[in-house]
Design a protein. Structure first.
Length: 393
């Protein structure tokens, strides 16, 4: 036979993998030099006031009355606030407030920690994007937040400036806290981030091991069983947080089930087109079947809420509007009132491993940026209301 010589596919793939790994390492070394750790930008007075829930003029008045510590001020006299500054001001406001919890809205004695899972077995439905924006928004609003990356692809971990393919390859990921053999205390795998009040439990490829090891562990009746391991591991640290957020992998494996059994609220992200809705229908059916099995086995299955979060919404798209109307008719108030708009600000920020809350407004067309921020704030503030309701407020 003539034609091109045959190739050994496994050899070729290995060669490709090696050259890609080498190139990636070079790229990462360049873009993340040791001194180039991620840092959070400063916020304008308008942004700080919005995060504090006060008017910009009231914020100015507080400075004028010298009730606040100095913040970074430009030559032109404009004030800029770090996330830590915002938190200090929040404490000043709270200490002077008549009713407790006016400005510091986290949990109080007797409130249980709120644990939110962002879920769907469709990749690209916006689990990671919505999870990280929620985590950052809550941290900026003064809640103590822990983000837990249980996706072996670890994209949430990358968004925090870590390199999961190098940093947590052998150890340091959430796998260490839930594995069957000699699990580590949860506190040992927690990473502080450059976001004030936001910690990370990193993910990584090694999380796949949990899927492989669970059948064996079940046969040997290792305790606690897979569905209770995440909740058990979290117990050690949950007093330190108001809100814990899981970014789930795009599959309904043991990891996802374990996270679900530790959760108090579930957000199912859905892109409003018929193919995605059809795949979500299968997902819901499978989830229900699996949850039946684990709850018969003794798993706790009580949630404060479940919501569908519409993502990549384009208000001018007729067919999308029909799908959204269909979902609202079907699920009623379980569909979030605010959708996440499809926005180039969200996808472009993602290209440089950033969120819309991190990028500078000047990096985008102003209207594009504002539209994205408004949409994300509306979604996250609606989730915040659900959390507050779960705390009975
Ligand atoms: N509302 C949106 N508008 C534009 N791009 C989005 C939006 N939501 C997500 N994306 C982009 O789509 C891709 C997949 O989103 P991601 O959150 O990683 O999905 P998942 O975690 O469900 O796999 C990312 O590149 C992200 O930046
Ligand atoms: Mg993801």
């Amino acid at each position: 036979m003539t034609g091109s010589p045959s190739i050994h596919i496994n050899t070729r793939i290995r060669e490709n993998a090696q050259s890609l790994a080498g190139a990636l390492e070079q790229h990462l070394l360049k873009s993340f030099a040791p001194d180039a750790r991620k840092q959070l930008r400063l916020f304008s007075a308008g942004e700080a006031a919005e995060l504090l829930g006060i008017s910009p003029s009231f914020l100015r008045k507080l400075h004028f009355e010298e009730r606040l510590p100095d913040v970074h001020t430009t030559a032109g006299g404009r004030r800029h606030y770090s996330a830590a500054d915002v938190q200090v001001i929040r404490d000043v406001l709270e200490d002077g407030a008549k009713t407790r919890g006016t400005y510091r809205k986290g949990r109080r004695d007797g409130d249980k920690v709120q644990v939110l899972a962002f879920l769907n077995f469709k990749g690209g439905s916006g689990k990671t994007t919505s999870a990280i924006h929620a985590a950052q928004r809550f941290a900026l609003k003064g809640y103590r937040v822990l983000a837990v990356d249980i996706d072996p692809q670890a994209s949430l971990t990358s968004l925090f400036g870590f390199q999961p393919e190098f940093d947590f390859l052998q150890s340091g990921s959430i796998y260490d806290a839930i594995r069957y053999e000699d699990p580590l205390p949860f506190s040992q795998i927690i990473q502080r981030t450059y976001f004030n009040g936001l910690d990370l439990a990193p993910g990584g490829l090694i999380l796949q091991e949990f899927e492989h090891e669970t059948p064996q562990a079940l046969r040997h009746n290792i305790q606690p069983p897979f569905y209770a391991r995440m909740a058990a591991a979290l117990q050690e640290v949950e007093a330190d947080y108001d809100i814990i957020i899981f970014d789930c992998p795009p599959q309904l494996g043991y990891l996802t089930m374990s996270a679900l059994c530790a959760s108090t609220g579930v957000m199912i992200t859905v892109v409003p087109n018929m193919l995605d809705v059809a795949s979500m229908s299968q997902f819901l059916q499978m989830s229900a079947d699996l949850l039946d099995v684990v709850s018969e086995a003794g798993a706790r299955m009580e949630f404060d809420f479940l919501r569908f979060l519409i993502n990549r919404y384009e208000p001018a798209d007729g067919p999308q509007q029909q799908v959204v109307a269909f979902l609202r008719q079907l699920f009623g108030r379980e569909v979030m009132t605010s959708p996440m708009l499809k926005s180039t600000a969200i996808s472009d920020a993602g290209l440089t491993q950033q969120t819309v809350y991190e990028v500078e407004r000047t990096a985008f067309h102003r209207a594009t940026y504002d539209r994205a921020v408004d949409s994300l704030n509306a979604v996250n503030d609606e989730i915040e209301t659900l959390l507050q309701m779960a705390w009975g407020r």
